[in-house]
Design a protein around this ligand. Structure first.
Ligand code: CTP
Length: 480
């Protein structure tokens, strides 16, 4: 243990000395101890104070000329010191009674504090006081569980999860993040009390869900949530992806892929190459409307026609319900809506216009769209997988070629709205939009190049026709 403390020794010993001077027992606990044993250098240090933690946080803040951020409601305080975040909590007992959102809180010992934590690997403490500096307190054999790579609760899991049902999701997250196995009794308890997750606020659930999605192998967490029955409370649309339908025609049986497990495979593929959380979320969402659009067509087979558009339209209500940051909505909608489009462009005969339209529709998300498409290749046949990857490379190159020619990124009409208004003697109105749109369409269709002079000439040529047509409808595309 001493070796692992070396890097932070100055900080930890200083905290210990401040505590010594006030005859306060002080411990580093929880995630920090776990991460240290796992060889991770973490600058967020959780400390347990046997006594008044808020007062102690103020003393530490004063010592380092910092300021304590006090969370009175949770009786915790955060003190930023350089690149450290020191969090202080008192040794309290905290219990949630069934179906109550408010915990019952009382003073406790260090052991009370540790036993009310979520997992044994998070329930270890290291003494910071000078006389016992570096001494490990591991009442629940957390170190052994770290070595065995298992998740176990300090108490009966039903009790630990009743204290805070969010811990059931934390179990899924730690399993995904650390690759640890859940002890069978933990899974059993999760199955039995899955519905208790409904007492937890949406903000905490979403926060935990996103942390799980950010794990190296998110499928582990999602499978845990699915198998224990939690997923249907947390994310019913994802839960509904599971299952296979079979149609029997004569001797022949027709089954489709299990969309849940397919999605997880795509997500894991993507997680290998990208940490972009919203790309991961879009990947989880890409086939979300497949169950809704599923049809068996005689002579053709299973069809999910339109799932990408419906899936994209669902995103707004999903974002609202999960309280996800709305600024990421357009990006996720775009990727869900477009995820089939590169595949369609694989055809040799594809026109420049179709290529341009995809480039413009995807905009800045173009590369991420292709990352998603590549991750979506889940065939077990390596030759076929290679062929599909090559196909996407060809499509991507086509787009790059056309883009280079047209300079299409951040595309809009080279003749801008103000100039159209001035030239056509118009006030700001829908007609200006009609005309701008007509010019953009002409560029996308390849009638004129994406250049100012050509666009202006096109405007001059069709101005009168468009103005007349705009009275009743959107101007029709006109060939030059
Ligand atoms: N904890 C708990 N129950 C919770 C949340 C946290 O018992 N619902 C305890 C655990 O001992 C945990 C510590 O509080 O180690 C700190 O919590 P937190 O910072 O949320 O998690 P970490 O374990 O530090 O992991 P990470 O920072 O990666 O989220």
């Amino acid at each position: 243990m001493e070796k692992t403390l070396e890097i932070h020794e100055v900080m930890l010993r200083t905290l210990g000395k401040i505590a010594d001077e006030r005859s306060i027992e002080l411990y580093a606990v929880g995630g920090w101890v776990r991460d240290y044993f796992m060889g991770r250098e973490v600058h967020d240090i959780d400390c347990t104070v046997v006594g008044d933690s808020l007062n102690f946080a103020e003393i530490v803040a004063h010592y380092f000329s910092s300021k304590a951020v006090v969370y009175e409601r949770f009786r915790t305080a955060l003190v930023p010191v350089g690149d450290y975040k020191l969090e202080f909590v008192g040794t309290r007992k905290e219990e949630y009674l069934s179906h109550s959102r408010k915990p019952i809180v009382s003073e406790g010992t260090l052991e009370d504090d540790l036993r009310r934590r979520d997992f044994t690997i998070n329930a270890m403490a290291v003494s910071l006081n000078s006389t016992s500096f570096g001494k490990l307190i591991d009442i629940f054999r957390g170190q052994e569980d770290l070595e065995r790579k298992i998740l176990r609760t300090p108490l009966d899991p039903m009790v630990t999860f009743s204290d805070d049902p969010l811990r059931m999701m934390r179990a899924a997250r730690f399993a995904a993040r650390l690759g640890f196995t859940l002890m069978p009794e933990i899974k059993e308890a999760m199955k039995q009390m899955a519905d208790r997750i409904t007492i937890i606020s949406q903000e905490r659930i979403t926060d935990e869900f996103l942390k799980m999605l950010a794990a190296p192998k998110p499928s582990i967490g999602l499978i845990t949530l699915y198998e224990t029955g939690l997923l249907k409370y947390i994310f019913p649309e994802v839960d509904r992806l599971a299952g296979i339908d079979l149609v029997q025609i004569g001797e022949q049986e027709y089954a489709h892929k299990d969309v849940f497990y397919h999605t997880l495979q795509v997500l894991d593929n993507l997680a290998v190459v990208s940490d972009n959380l919203w790309l991961r979320f879009a990947t989880l969402m890409h086939d979300i409307a497949k169950p809704k659009t599923k049809r068996f067509l005689q002579g053709i087979g299973w069809s999910f026609h339109g799932h990408e558009e419906i899936g994209a339209r669902w995103q707004q209500s999903i974002f609202r319900r999960l309280k996800l940051p709305m600024e990421n909505l357009p990006y996720v909608e775009k990727l869900v809506r477009l995820h089939q489009r590169p595949m369609i462009l694989i055809d040799e005969e594809v026109t420049d216009s179709a290529v341009r339209r995809l480039a413009v529709a995807a905009g800045d998300a173009l590369e991420d769209l292709f990352t998603l498409c590549r991750a979506d290749i889940t065939t077990k046949n390596p030759k076929r997988a290679e062929k599909y990857l090559r196909n996407y490379d060809v499509v991507f190159k086509k787009i790059m070629d056309v883009q280079e020619r047209d300079q299409l990124r951040a595309f809009q009409s080279p003749v801008r709205g103000e100039e159209i208004m001035e030239f056509c003697n118009l006030q700001p109105s829908r007609t200006v939009g009609f005309i701008k749109n007509a010019i953009e369409e002409a560029i996308l269709e390849g009638y004129i190049p994406n250049e100012y002079d050509a666009a202006k000439a096109y405007l001059i040529k069709y101005k009168d026709e468009w103005l007349a047509a705009a009275e009743q409808e959107i101007p029709k595309k006109s060939k030059i």
